[in-house]
Design a protein around this ligand. Structure first.
Ligand SMILES: [Zn+2]
Length: 323
């Protein structure tokens, strides 16, 4: 069974754990490491002859368009991680629309291909921000990978479906492909643990992660989603002073990530997310040119001309959810 391999392309100073210390308008003052780290990931994927989906931050794409072109030229899928990496539920819907529309336009302009996949910053589509799915549908996205079906202090919808499924909203339908979790019983209680990457991949032994993902494939017949970030393979990155919990989450086992990813690439089959979902290539969907104005991502978007996605809409899966 093929699993979805996904990389969220952002830099070490853009993560939610440091957002109280570093504002978006300060990002330009930090040295970028995302280009070199992403190229190391591209080389690793070449060695294993595997292709992936890269959810790229619009801010990074705008400053380093050649990186987007290189990812695309080396055979990977370009997808969208928003523009400014802000938690969706902290801002009004029209701020999110502006952010995601801007990022999609930048990525499509650079790559020359339609961008149909989205992943929210810090998985911030939660029970309080399900309206974001309507906006994604209206802005032309075919699939989303933002709902983490766990309990967590920043994100998560506990009890959400764990396998790929379709979600029906007022604006239409969208495929949802949640990051992998595993259910287990302990002391007569049911638990659910994330096993699909990020800090969890760095925290747990890779043999344990591998067994969990194989269990999903073989026992549950569910394709897995693995995710990681370029900064997670970079132990040399500058250290940001922050509270203990943020430092633990960000800096734990950075020197072990590449080895763990290599082990998983060696033992499991991976493909870009749209291919695992069997979503047909979208028809060319040219965005309206985006007129960039510095610092305007927070401004309310007054345009009510809602673009409808013209991506092909395949039949996929039996499972649906009405959220
Ligand atoms: Zn992110």
């Amino acid at each position: 069974m093929r699993n979805a391999l996904t990389i969220d392309v952002e830099d070490y100073f853009q993560v939610n754990a440091f957002s109280r210390r570093i504002r978006v308008d300060q990002w330009d003052s930090y040295p970028l490491r995302v280009v070199e780290n992403t190229k190391r990931i591209l080389d690793l994927l070449d060695r294993f002859e595997v292709r992936a989906t890269f959810f790229i931050l619009g801010w990074v794409a705008e400053r380093r368009p050649s990186l987007v072109r290189e990812i695309s030229d080396r055979g990977h899928e370009i997808a969208c991680h928003g523009f400014s990496h802000q938690l969706i539920y902290k801002f009004p819907p029209e701020v999110f629309r502006e952010d995601v529309r801007r990022a999609k336009a930048v990525l499509e302009d650079i790559s020359g291909s339609p961008v149909i996949g989205y992943r929210a910053p810090s998985y911030s589509i939660t029970g309080n921000s399900l309206w974001a799915l309507d906006i994604l549908i209206e802005e032309g996205f075919t699939y989303d990978s933002s709902i983490f079906p766990i309990i967590h202090d920043v994100y998560g919808i506990p009890g959400a479906l764990r396998e790929p499924h379709q979600i029906t909203r007022a604006a239409g339908k969208i495929h949802e492909f949640p990051v992998s979790t595993i259910n287990f019983r302990f002391l007569n209680r049911q638990f659910r643990l994330p096993v699909g990457g990020g800090g969890y991949l760095r925290l747990f032994p890779v043999s344990w992660i591998l067994r969990a993902l194989q269990h999903l494939n073989i026992r549950e017949k569910i394709p897995a989603v693995l995710y990681f970030h370029p900064w997670e393979i970079d132990p040399e990155q500058p250290h940001i002073p922050a509270e203990l919990r943020s430092r633990f989450r960000h800096y734990l086992n950075l020197d072990k990530t590449l080895g763990k990813i290599s082990c998983l690439l060696d033992n499991l089959a991976f493909a870009p997310m749209s291919e695992v979902l069997e979503i047909l290539p979208a028809r060319i969907h040219r965005p309206r040119p985006y007129q960039r104005k510095a610092g305007d991502w927070r401004k309310k978007h007054a345009d009510t001309d809602r673009r409808r996605g013209d991506a092909a809409s395949p039949e996929y899966g039996e499972k649906t959810a009405d959220l």
